[in-house]
Write a protein that binds this ligand. Structure first.
Ligand code: NAD
Ligand code: TYD
Length: 352
Protein backbone atom coordinates (compact mmCIF):
# COMPACT_ATOMS: atom_id res chain seq x y z
CA UNK A 1 0.00 0.00 0.00
CA UNK A 2 1.39 3.41 -0.93
CA UNK A 3 1.30 6.12 1.71
CA UNK A 4 1.20 9.85 0.93
CA UNK A 5 3.62 10.62 3.78
CA UNK A 6 6.01 8.57 5.92
CA UNK A 7 6.05 10.44 9.20
CA UNK A 8 8.41 9.76 12.07
CA UNK A 9 6.93 10.61 15.45
CA UNK A 10 9.75 10.51 18.01
CA UNK A 11 8.88 9.71 21.62
CA UNK A 12 5.61 8.12 20.50
CA UNK A 13 5.60 5.64 23.39
CA UNK A 14 5.63 8.43 25.97
CA UNK A 15 2.78 10.39 27.47
CA UNK A 16 2.03 13.08 24.87
CA UNK A 17 3.62 11.16 21.98
CA UNK A 18 1.22 8.24 22.43
CA UNK A 19 -1.78 10.56 22.13
CA UNK A 20 -0.28 12.16 19.01
CA UNK A 21 0.46 8.76 17.44
CA UNK A 22 -3.10 7.57 18.15
CA UNK A 23 -4.62 10.72 16.66
CA UNK A 24 -2.48 10.54 13.48
CA UNK A 25 -2.88 6.76 12.98
CA UNK A 26 -6.67 6.98 13.30
CA UNK A 27 -7.26 10.28 11.48
CA UNK A 28 -4.85 9.76 8.56
CA UNK A 29 -4.86 6.20 7.22
CA UNK A 30 -3.10 7.63 4.14
CA UNK A 31 0.01 8.43 6.25
CA UNK A 32 2.45 5.83 7.48
CA UNK A 33 3.24 6.63 11.12
CA UNK A 34 6.62 5.44 12.34
CA UNK A 35 6.85 5.62 16.12
CA UNK A 36 10.57 6.02 16.86
CA UNK A 37 11.27 5.56 20.55
CA UNK A 38 14.14 4.36 22.72
CA UNK A 39 11.73 3.04 25.37
CA UNK A 40 13.38 4.72 28.33
CA UNK A 41 11.62 4.44 31.69
CA UNK A 42 9.08 6.93 30.26
CA UNK A 43 8.26 4.91 27.13
CA UNK A 44 5.51 2.33 27.42
CA UNK A 45 4.05 0.58 24.38
CA UNK A 46 1.04 -0.45 26.45
CA UNK A 47 -0.04 3.18 25.83
CA UNK A 48 -0.67 2.20 22.19
CA UNK A 49 -2.26 -1.24 22.48
CA UNK A 50 -5.46 -0.10 20.76
CA UNK A 51 -3.67 0.94 17.54
CA UNK A 52 -0.59 -1.32 17.39
CA UNK A 53 -2.12 -3.59 14.72
CA UNK A 54 -3.23 -0.82 12.37
CA UNK A 55 -1.72 -1.15 8.87
CA UNK A 56 -0.35 2.42 8.88
CA UNK A 57 1.50 2.04 12.21
CA UNK A 58 5.09 0.85 12.74
CA UNK A 59 7.21 0.87 15.87
CA UNK A 60 10.99 1.25 15.67
CA UNK A 61 13.12 1.01 18.80
CA UNK A 62 15.94 3.53 18.35
CA UNK A 63 17.93 6.19 20.14
CA UNK A 64 17.93 9.67 18.60
CA UNK A 65 21.43 10.18 20.02
CA UNK A 66 22.73 7.51 17.62
CA UNK A 67 23.44 9.40 14.37
CA UNK A 68 24.05 6.34 12.18
CA UNK A 69 20.85 4.70 13.39
CA UNK A 70 18.93 7.88 12.49
CA UNK A 71 20.42 7.91 8.98
CA UNK A 72 19.48 4.25 8.46
CA UNK A 73 15.91 4.91 9.55
CA UNK A 74 15.48 7.89 7.21
CA UNK A 75 16.75 5.73 4.33
CA UNK A 76 14.78 2.61 5.23
CA UNK A 77 11.43 4.36 5.72
CA UNK A 78 11.86 7.13 3.12
CA UNK A 79 10.89 9.61 5.80
CA UNK A 80 8.95 12.61 4.53
CA UNK A 81 8.26 14.49 7.79
CA UNK A 82 9.20 14.51 11.45
CA UNK A 83 7.18 15.29 14.56
CA UNK A 84 9.80 15.45 17.28
CA UNK A 85 8.59 14.77 20.83
CA UNK A 86 11.28 12.45 22.23
CA UNK A 87 12.91 14.05 25.25
CA UNK A 88 13.89 13.63 28.82
CA UNK A 89 10.99 15.54 30.33
CA UNK A 90 11.09 15.59 34.14
CA UNK A 91 12.58 18.68 35.84
CA UNK A 92 13.50 16.81 39.04
CA UNK A 93 15.48 14.21 37.05
CA UNK A 94 17.25 17.03 35.18
CA UNK A 95 18.45 18.38 38.52
CA UNK A 96 20.02 15.06 39.52
CA UNK A 97 21.24 14.02 36.07
CA UNK A 98 21.55 16.98 33.64
CA UNK A 99 23.83 15.19 31.17
CA UNK A 100 21.09 12.79 30.03
CA UNK A 101 19.05 15.88 29.16
CA UNK A 102 21.91 17.35 27.15
CA UNK A 103 22.35 14.08 25.28
CA UNK A 104 18.73 13.37 24.32
CA UNK A 105 17.27 16.87 24.18
CA UNK A 106 20.18 18.69 22.56
CA UNK A 107 22.46 16.15 20.85
CA UNK A 108 19.51 13.94 19.88
CA UNK A 109 17.64 16.87 18.34
CA UNK A 110 20.70 17.98 16.36
CA UNK A 111 21.20 14.41 15.10
CA UNK A 112 17.63 14.34 13.87
CA UNK A 113 18.02 17.75 12.23
CA UNK A 114 21.19 16.54 10.47
CA UNK A 115 19.45 13.40 9.20
CA UNK A 116 16.51 15.43 7.93
CA UNK A 117 18.78 18.05 6.33
CA UNK A 118 20.87 15.41 4.54
CA UNK A 119 17.98 13.17 3.49
CA UNK A 120 15.72 15.98 2.24
CA UNK A 121 18.47 18.01 0.56
CA UNK A 122 17.21 19.60 -2.65
CA UNK A 123 13.54 19.29 -1.75
CA UNK A 124 13.14 21.02 1.58
CA UNK A 125 9.86 22.64 0.51
CA UNK A 126 8.17 19.20 0.42
CA UNK A 127 9.08 18.24 3.98
CA UNK A 128 8.38 19.48 7.46
CA UNK A 129 10.32 19.19 10.70
CA UNK A 130 7.99 19.93 13.62
CA UNK A 131 9.67 20.41 16.99
CA UNK A 132 7.46 20.09 20.07
CA UNK A 133 8.69 22.20 22.97
CA UNK A 134 7.59 23.57 26.29
CA UNK A 135 6.62 26.90 27.86
CA UNK A 136 9.36 26.32 30.45
CA UNK A 137 11.91 27.82 28.01
CA UNK A 138 10.46 31.26 28.82
CA UNK A 139 11.44 31.01 32.48
CA UNK A 140 9.37 32.03 35.47
CA UNK A 141 6.65 34.74 35.67
CA UNK A 142 6.49 36.96 38.75
CA UNK A 143 4.00 39.64 37.74
CA UNK A 144 0.44 38.18 37.83
CA UNK A 145 -0.48 40.23 34.75
CA UNK A 146 2.22 38.69 32.53
CA UNK A 147 1.80 35.82 30.09
CA UNK A 148 4.23 33.98 27.82
CA UNK A 149 3.89 35.16 24.22
CA UNK A 150 5.64 33.68 21.17
CA UNK A 151 7.88 36.77 21.31
CA UNK A 152 8.81 36.44 25.00
CA UNK A 153 12.61 36.17 25.27
CA UNK A 154 13.93 32.77 26.33
CA UNK A 155 15.07 32.63 29.96
CA UNK A 156 15.27 28.93 30.97
CA UNK A 157 15.93 28.28 34.65
CA UNK A 158 16.29 24.48 35.05
CA UNK A 159 18.60 22.01 33.30
CA UNK A 160 15.46 20.58 31.62
CA UNK A 161 14.25 23.92 30.27
CA UNK A 162 17.81 24.92 29.31
CA UNK A 163 18.14 21.74 27.24
CA UNK A 164 14.76 22.32 25.55
CA UNK A 165 15.66 25.97 24.87
CA UNK A 166 18.94 24.85 23.27
CA UNK A 167 17.08 22.39 21.06
CA UNK A 168 14.59 25.11 19.99
CA UNK A 169 17.51 27.36 19.02
CA UNK A 170 19.05 24.60 16.91
CA UNK A 171 15.76 23.99 15.10
CA UNK A 172 15.47 27.71 14.25
CA UNK A 173 19.14 27.81 13.22
CA UNK A 174 18.58 24.93 10.75
CA UNK A 175 15.70 26.86 9.20
CA UNK A 176 17.76 30.04 8.91
CA UNK A 177 21.01 28.39 7.80
CA UNK A 178 19.95 25.47 5.60
CA UNK A 179 16.33 26.34 4.77
CA UNK A 180 14.85 23.31 6.53
CA UNK A 181 11.07 23.83 6.75
CA UNK A 182 10.52 23.85 10.48
CA UNK A 183 7.66 24.72 12.77
CA UNK A 184 7.69 24.81 16.58
CA UNK A 185 5.23 24.87 19.44
CA UNK A 186 5.64 25.59 23.14
CA UNK A 187 2.94 24.09 25.33
CA UNK A 188 2.00 24.43 28.99
CA UNK A 189 1.72 21.51 31.46
CA UNK A 190 -0.28 18.59 30.08
CA UNK A 191 -2.40 16.12 32.06
CA UNK A 192 -4.49 13.10 31.12
CA UNK A 193 -4.37 9.30 30.63
CA UNK A 194 -0.96 7.56 30.36
CA UNK A 195 0.86 10.28 32.29
CA UNK A 196 3.85 8.77 34.10
CA UNK A 197 3.20 8.88 37.87
CA UNK A 198 6.31 10.93 38.70
CA UNK A 199 4.57 14.12 37.55
CA UNK A 200 2.27 16.07 39.86
CA UNK A 201 -1.25 14.99 38.83
CA UNK A 202 -0.74 11.22 38.29
CA UNK A 203 1.57 11.03 41.32
CA UNK A 204 -1.13 12.57 43.53
CA UNK A 205 -3.86 10.30 42.08
CA UNK A 206 -1.70 7.23 42.68
CA UNK A 207 -0.72 8.27 46.21
CA UNK A 208 -4.29 9.13 47.19
CA UNK A 209 -5.41 5.72 45.93
CA UNK A 210 -2.72 3.89 47.85
CA UNK A 211 -2.93 6.09 50.98
CA UNK A 212 0.62 7.41 50.67
CA UNK A 213 1.77 10.95 51.63
CA UNK A 214 1.12 13.68 49.03
CA UNK A 215 4.44 15.58 48.71
CA UNK A 216 3.80 19.27 48.06
CA UNK A 217 7.02 21.17 47.29
CA UNK A 218 7.59 24.28 49.41
CA UNK A 219 4.30 25.94 50.34
CA UNK A 220 2.45 24.73 47.23
CA UNK A 221 2.24 28.30 45.89
CA UNK A 222 3.75 27.67 42.46
CA UNK A 223 1.36 28.09 39.56
CA UNK A 224 1.04 25.90 36.47
CA UNK A 225 -1.26 26.25 33.44
CA UNK A 226 -2.86 22.85 32.73
CA UNK A 227 -4.04 21.49 29.37
CA UNK A 228 -5.74 18.16 28.62
CA UNK A 229 -3.29 16.07 26.60
CA UNK A 230 -5.78 15.25 23.82
CA UNK A 231 -6.20 18.99 23.22
CA UNK A 232 -2.44 19.33 22.88
CA UNK A 233 -2.48 16.48 20.33
CA UNK A 234 -5.25 18.31 18.42
CA UNK A 235 -3.13 21.46 18.42
CA UNK A 236 -0.13 19.48 17.12
CA UNK A 237 -2.28 18.09 14.28
CA UNK A 238 -3.36 21.64 13.29
CA UNK A 239 0.14 23.12 13.54
CA UNK A 240 1.66 20.27 11.53
CA UNK A 241 -0.86 20.75 8.73
CA UNK A 242 -1.56 24.51 8.82
CA UNK A 243 1.20 26.17 10.85
CA UNK A 244 3.36 28.72 9.04
CA UNK A 245 6.87 27.51 8.24
CA UNK A 246 9.51 29.04 10.51
CA UNK A 247 6.85 30.09 13.04
CA UNK A 248 6.17 28.99 16.58
CA UNK A 249 2.86 28.66 18.39
CA UNK A 250 2.17 28.82 22.12
CA UNK A 251 -0.39 26.25 23.28
CA UNK A 252 -2.22 26.46 26.60
CA UNK A 253 -5.65 26.38 28.15
CA UNK A 254 -5.78 29.71 30.06
CA UNK A 255 -6.10 27.45 33.10
CA UNK A 256 -3.80 28.45 35.93
CA UNK A 257 -3.77 26.57 39.22
CA UNK A 258 -1.74 26.99 42.36
CA UNK A 259 -0.29 23.55 43.18
CA UNK A 260 -1.91 23.38 46.60
CA UNK A 261 -5.37 24.28 45.26
CA UNK A 262 -4.98 21.63 42.58
CA UNK A 263 -3.97 18.98 45.12
CA UNK A 264 -6.99 19.95 47.29
CA UNK A 265 -9.25 19.57 44.25
CA UNK A 266 -7.80 16.15 43.40
CA UNK A 267 -8.24 15.02 47.02
CA UNK A 268 -11.89 16.09 46.99
CA UNK A 269 -12.63 14.43 43.62
CA UNK A 270 -10.91 11.22 44.74
CA UNK A 271 -12.75 11.16 48.09
CA UNK A 272 -16.00 11.42 46.20
CA UNK A 273 -15.09 8.74 43.61
CA UNK A 274 -13.71 6.35 46.24
CA UNK A 275 -16.71 6.86 48.56
CA UNK A 276 -14.56 8.32 51.34
CA UNK A 277 -15.62 11.05 53.73
CA UNK A 278 -14.75 14.52 52.31
CA UNK A 279 -11.47 15.71 53.80
CA UNK A 280 -9.95 12.22 54.21
CA UNK A 281 -7.34 12.51 51.43
CA UNK A 282 -6.37 16.13 52.28
CA UNK A 283 -4.90 14.71 55.50
CA UNK A 284 -2.25 12.95 53.37
CA UNK A 285 -0.75 16.28 52.22
CA UNK A 286 2.87 16.59 53.36
CA UNK A 287 4.97 19.71 52.75
CA UNK A 288 8.44 18.72 51.58
CA UNK A 289 11.65 20.62 50.78
CA UNK A 290 11.18 22.81 47.73
CA UNK A 291 12.67 21.95 44.33
CA UNK A 292 15.90 23.96 43.85
CA UNK A 293 15.31 26.93 41.54
CA UNK A 294 11.57 26.14 41.42
CA UNK A 295 9.89 28.32 38.74
CA UNK A 296 7.09 30.31 40.36
CA UNK A 297 4.51 30.61 37.60
CA UNK A 298 3.94 29.55 34.01
CA UNK A 299 1.06 31.02 31.99
CA UNK A 300 0.58 30.82 28.24
CA UNK A 301 -1.12 33.37 26.04
CA UNK A 302 -2.65 31.04 23.43
CA UNK A 303 -4.31 33.73 21.34
CA UNK A 304 -2.11 33.21 18.28
CA UNK A 305 -3.07 29.57 17.72
CA UNK A 306 -6.68 30.36 18.59
CA UNK A 307 -6.96 33.29 16.17
CA UNK A 308 -4.73 32.06 13.34
CA UNK A 309 -5.50 28.33 13.32
CA UNK A 310 -8.91 28.26 15.02
CA UNK A 311 -7.77 25.92 17.82
CA UNK A 312 -9.45 25.85 21.18
CA UNK A 313 -9.54 23.27 23.97
CA UNK A 314 -12.34 20.72 23.57
CA UNK A 315 -12.83 20.09 27.29
CA UNK A 316 -13.01 22.24 30.39
CA UNK A 317 -10.59 21.52 33.23
CA UNK A 318 -13.44 19.97 35.22
CA UNK A 319 -14.26 17.57 32.37
CA UNK A 320 -10.61 16.77 31.63
CA UNK A 321 -9.77 16.10 35.26
CA UNK A 322 -12.84 13.88 35.68
CA UNK A 323 -11.86 11.90 32.56
CA UNK A 324 -8.29 11.59 33.88
CA UNK A 325 -9.26 10.39 37.35
CA UNK A 326 -11.74 7.91 35.83
CA UNK A 327 -9.04 6.63 33.49
CA UNK A 328 -6.58 5.99 36.35
CA UNK A 329 -9.29 4.32 38.44
CA UNK A 330 -10.28 1.98 35.65
CA UNK A 331 -6.70 1.28 34.49
CA UNK A 332 -5.18 0.13 37.77
CA UNK A 333 -3.26 -2.58 35.89
CA UNK A 334 -1.44 0.08 33.79
CA UNK A 335 -0.56 1.99 36.95
CA UNK A 336 0.57 -1.14 38.78
CA UNK A 337 2.76 -2.25 35.88
CA UNK A 338 4.34 1.19 35.71
CA UNK A 339 4.94 1.61 39.43
CA UNK A 340 6.33 -1.94 39.78
CA UNK A 341 8.51 -1.69 36.66
CA UNK A 342 6.79 -4.73 35.05
CA UNK A 343 6.07 -2.77 31.84
CA UNK A 344 9.79 -2.47 31.09
CA UNK A 345 10.48 -6.18 31.44
CA UNK A 346 7.73 -7.16 29.01
CA UNK A 347 8.72 -4.81 26.20
CA UNK A 348 12.47 -5.13 26.63
CA UNK A 349 12.09 -8.89 25.99
CA UNK A 350 10.17 -8.16 22.80
CA UNK A 351 12.46 -5.48 21.35
CA UNK A 352 16.01 -6.20 22.50
P1 NAD B 1 7.64 11.54 28.28
O1 NAD B 1 8.81 11.62 29.20
O2 NAD B 1 6.36 10.98 28.78
O3 NAD B 1 8.02 10.71 26.98
C1 NAD B 1 9.25 10.88 26.31
C2 NAD B 1 9.40 9.74 25.31
O4 NAD B 1 10.64 9.93 24.62
C3 NAD B 1 9.46 8.37 25.96
O5 NAD B 1 8.65 7.45 25.24
C4 NAD B 1 10.93 7.98 25.85
O6 NAD B 1 11.14 6.58 25.75
C5 NAD B 1 11.34 8.70 24.57
N1 NAD B 1 12.79 8.98 24.54
C6 NAD B 1 13.53 9.54 25.52
N2 NAD B 1 14.82 9.60 25.14
C7 NAD B 1 14.88 9.12 23.88
C8 NAD B 1 15.93 8.92 22.94
N3 NAD B 1 17.20 9.27 23.25
N4 NAD B 1 15.65 8.41 21.74
C9 NAD B 1 14.38 8.06 21.41
N5 NAD B 1 13.34 8.18 22.27
C10 NAD B 1 13.58 8.71 23.48
O7 NAD B 1 7.45 13.03 27.75
P2 NAD B 1 6.10 13.83 27.44
O8 NAD B 1 5.60 14.42 28.69
O9 NAD B 1 5.20 12.98 26.60
O10 NAD B 1 6.69 15.02 26.55
C11 NAD B 1 6.85 14.87 25.14
C12 NAD B 1 7.41 16.14 24.56
O11 NAD B 1 6.56 17.24 24.83
C13 NAD B 1 8.78 16.52 25.14
O12 NAD B 1 9.57 17.03 24.11
C14 NAD B 1 8.46 17.59 26.17
O13 NAD B 1 9.53 18.49 26.32
C15 NAD B 1 7.26 18.27 25.51
N6 NAD B 1 6.30 18.88 26.46
C16 NAD B 1 5.82 18.19 27.52
C17 NAD B 1 4.88 18.78 28.35
C18 NAD B 1 4.26 18.04 29.51
O14 NAD B 1 3.50 18.62 30.29
N7 NAD B 1 4.51 16.75 29.69
C19 NAD B 1 4.44 20.09 28.10
C20 NAD B 1 4.97 20.76 26.99
C21 NAD B 1 5.89 20.14 26.16
P1 TYD C 1 5.66 18.56 37.38
O1 TYD C 1 4.45 17.72 37.14
O2 TYD C 1 6.96 17.91 37.70
O3 TYD C 1 5.81 19.52 36.11
P2 TYD C 1 6.78 20.82 35.88
O4 TYD C 1 7.79 20.87 36.94
O5 TYD C 1 7.36 20.52 34.54
O6 TYD C 1 5.85 21.99 35.88
O7 TYD C 1 5.34 19.56 38.57
C1 TYD C 1 4.23 20.44 38.51
C2 TYD C 1 4.29 21.34 39.75
O8 TYD C 1 4.06 20.52 40.91
C3 TYD C 1 5.65 21.98 39.97
O9 TYD C 1 5.45 23.29 40.49
C4 TYD C 1 6.32 21.10 41.00
C5 TYD C 1 5.15 20.60 41.83
N1 TYD C 1 5.30 19.23 42.41
C6 TYD C 1 5.03 19.02 43.77
O10 TYD C 1 4.68 19.95 44.53
N2 TYD C 1 5.15 17.75 44.26
C7 TYD C 1 5.54 16.70 43.48
O11 TYD C 1 5.66 15.55 43.98
C8 TYD C 1 5.79 16.94 42.08
C9 TYD C 1 6.22 15.82 41.17
C10 TYD C 1 5.65 18.22 41.59
Amino acid sequence: MGFSKNIIITGGAGFIGSHVVRLFVNAYPEYRIINLDKLTYAGNLANLKDIEDKPNYTFVKADIVDASQMKEIFDAYKVTDVLHLAAESHVDRSITNPMEFVMTNVVGTVNLLNSARDYWKGSYDKHRFYHISTDEVFGSLHNPEDFFLETTPYDPQSPYSASKAASDHFVRAYHNTYGLQVVLSNCSNNYGPNHFPEKLIPLMINNIQTGKPLPVYGKGENVRDWLYVVDHARAIDLIFHKGKTGDCYNVGGFNEWKNLDLVYLLCDIMDQKLGKEQGTSRKLITYVTDRPGHDLRYAIDANKIMNELGWKPSVTFEQGLAKTVDWYLSNSEWLQNVTSGEYQKYYSKQYN
